[in-house]
Every structure is written in structure tokens, then in C-alpha cells.
Ligand binder design. Sequence first.
Ligand code: S3P
Length: 160
Amino acid sequence: MTLILIGFMGSGKSTVAGVLSENYVDLDLEIVRKIGMPIAQFFEKFGEAEFRVVEHQVFSELIDSGGVIATGGGIVESPENRELLALQSEVVYLKANFSSLWQRINADKKNVRPLAQNGAEIVEKLYEKRKKSYQGLADLTVEVADKSPEEIAQIIFDWQ
Ligand code: S3P
């Protein structure tokens, strides 16, 4: 069984995955490895639609790896990925409200997220649009507000 963490940008998917498993797979890093450039550069050169194609390729290759996968916030954008997620039974949604996510996105200077360059209003619309997908595909939802990555990981561990 593969444990798959989903949720919006800034929800802490990679950090929590790292607490759950030393050998977790970070989907964004795998994509960067495959495309040979930072995600922001790929968006600039080829656009979001092409990114979604690569994201789906890499995700479908790794989905049965049996470990822990931290996905990118846009994993629910493609219908193919939603179909893959619907077939899984350990999909965990890290849920937070928009203002706390927005704060965390902006505090994270190391990670340039192309879609987060758009300004709060546009990103909030994206959040509202995706919320139903995250919720609908989740086997477990964890409210991350006021919890440490260790506490979140413990909740997931106890549920498994
Ligand atoms: C994206 C989220 C990013 C990354 C890419 C697109 C999105 O991942 O995959 O920039 O569409 O929300 P994180 O959720 O890890 O920031």
C-alpha cells in the first residue's frame, strides 16, 4: 500500500512525509529530476498543461511503490490523476485554511512556486476550486493548523 499525501501548496506534505518515512518520494523532486530544470523554469518554457502531463507520467510510475509519496498541490488538476487517487485507499489530505497556507507559501523563500506568483486573490480561487477534490479523494483528512509535523505524522500512523 502506498501512502499518498495531498493538499494545497504550503500544507506541509513534504515535511510530514519526511517524518513518516526516511525514504519518502517527493513527487516534485522526481519531476525536477526527469525534466532537468526547476519547476518554475519548466512552467515558463512549456506552460502548465505540459507540466501536468509530466506530473501524471511520474505519478503513475511511482504510485504503486509502496512507500510514502508527497504530491504537489496540483495533483488533483488532471482527471487522470484523480482517477488514480480514487483507486487508492491511503490518501491523506492535509487540510488548512487559505490564510495560513498563504502565509506559509510566502514564508518559504527557497521554494519558488510558479502558481503562487499570481497574487492572493487568484491563488485563493485555485484553493477554492481544488478543495472539493482534495476532500472527495481523501481517505483521511487531518486538520494541520496548530499541529507540529510530528503530531500530524502520529495521527496518520495511528490511523494506518
Ligand atoms: C503546484 C504545486 C507545487 C508544484 C508546482 C505546481 C500546484 O507543489 O507541484 O509548482 O499546482 O499547486 P507544492 O504543493 O509542493 O508546492
